[in-house]
Design a binder for this molecule. Structure first.
Ligand code: FAD
Length: 344
């Protein structure tokens, strides 16, 4: 991956959500080189972060598909078939231009490409941290913010922290996977869908989970990884209890904002990047697609994001190599260029 910092690619894609991965797929089909960067530690954007275990019913060709499975299919189609370096945990902070090259200044170094396509969704995602207790030393040692695969919690004693929809959803979702589930919330009430809250309370009554409300984390203990958590009662701090756990899942929501992108000079309308009918932004050699864009008639859907990325890539490739046609050749005729054995 380090050598990628010395290369000039055709397209740098900001965002490894479904639309960012699709952008790299279209780039590969147009025989353009690309790379992807994302501030998150995993591929998939909102699908991985917010609803990996939910069924998606409106991606044409899939009567229904689990969000996490769609991410995996996109990974195979876009990243396995083509040479696409993926820089995770990498945030694009600023942008500058050097003659024909666009330079992205990231927290890991400078990345150069002939064009940039922003598929940044709602902006760089960042999990909200626990107020009042620094969980950083336990990150990677049993403390999680994102669930890529439920199986990570197979047979484990999991403490879920939070009182919103994602905390409730994960309580229900992990009951069949974790050996024990405990829910910790600092207030009495939950801010989640009534139906899910009802399911959680019923499960607690049945004894399927331990409810610690209103409690907060005071200390975490463990030799190398999380083993025990000390909680205190929100209204009576002297009242403390200890719970043995193997993992802590913090579900306190995500901060999403255009973040650094808002200072790049884009025309921004209601928190989104304004683009024209060919997905061009107001910045030189920069296009955008997916949830981050706005234009007349905009739909924030995976399927429309896929189509927007095809348009953006066609334009970017035409800018780099003006002799290439905007309209791609049909894949039924070309196959996957240079990728699949036996195809023309
Ligand atoms: C609960 C829920 C259910 C949904 N259900 C459906 C559904 O059934 N059907 C449907 O079509 N849509 C659904 N959606 C909407 C769908 O998830 C979005 O339309 C889709 O995720 C947009 O994809 P994207 O790639 O544009 O953005 P995202 O998925 O948001 O990905 C953008 C990525 O860009 C990264 N990023 C942003 N800025 C930077 C930066 N400066 N540096 C580095 N990385 C950056 C972010 O970290 C993120 O990973 C749902 C959304 C939610 C929240």
């Amino acid at each position: 991956m380090n050598s990628d910092f010395d290369e000039v690619r055709d397209i740098t894609v900001i965002g490894a959500g479904p639309v960012g991965m699709c952008t790299s797929f279209w780039a590969g089909m147009r025989e353009a080189s690309s790379r992807i960067i994302d501030s998150l530690p995993e591929l998939g954007g909102q699908l991985t972060t917010l609803y990996p275990e939910k069924w998606v019913y409106d991606v044409p060709g899939h009567p229904r598909v689990l969000a996490k499975d769609l991410v995996e299919l996109m990974r195979r189609q876009a990243l396995e078939q083509f040479d696409v370096p993926v820089h995770l945990n990498t945030t694009a902070d600023t942008i500058s231009w050097e003659e024909d090259v666009v330079v992205l200044h990231t927290d890991k170094g400078e990345l150069r490409s002939r064009t940039v396509i922003v598929a940044g969704g709602h902006g760089a995602f960042e999990p909200k941290k626990l107020p009042g207790f620094d969980m950083t030393p336990w990150e990677g040692r049993g403390a999680h913010y994102i669930v890529g695969e439920k199986s990570v919690f197979e047979g484990k004693r999991v403490m879920i922290v939070g009182g919103g929809d994602s905390a409730m959803d994960w309580v229900i979702n992990l009951l069949d996977t974790a050996s024990e589930v405990a829910l910790v919330h600092r207030r009495e009430g939950f801010r989640a869908h009534e139906l899910t809250v009802g399911q959680v309370l019923e499960a607690a009554e049945r004894g399927d989970l331990a409810l610690h409300v209103p409690f907060q984390i005071k200390e975490v203990y463990g030799d190398g990884s999380v083993e025990r958590v000390r909680l205190f009662h929100s209204e009576d701090e002297a009242h403390e209890i200890e719970v043995e756990v193997d993992a802590i899942l913090l579900q306190l929501g995500f901060k999403t904002a255009l973040g650094p992108l808002k200072d790049w000079g884009f025309e921004v309308v209601k928190g989104a990047i304004a683009v024209d009918q060919v997905m061009k932004t107001s910045l030189d050699r920069v296009w955008a697609c997916g949830d981050i864009t706005t234009f007349d008639g905009k739909l924030k859907l995976i399927a429309t994001g896929f189509a927007e990325s095809a348009v953006a890539v066609a334009q970017a490739v035409h800018e780099i190599r003006p002799e290439t046609k905007i309209q791609p050749k049909y894949s039924t005729n070309t196959g996957v260029p240079g990728a699949v054995e036996g195809q023309p």
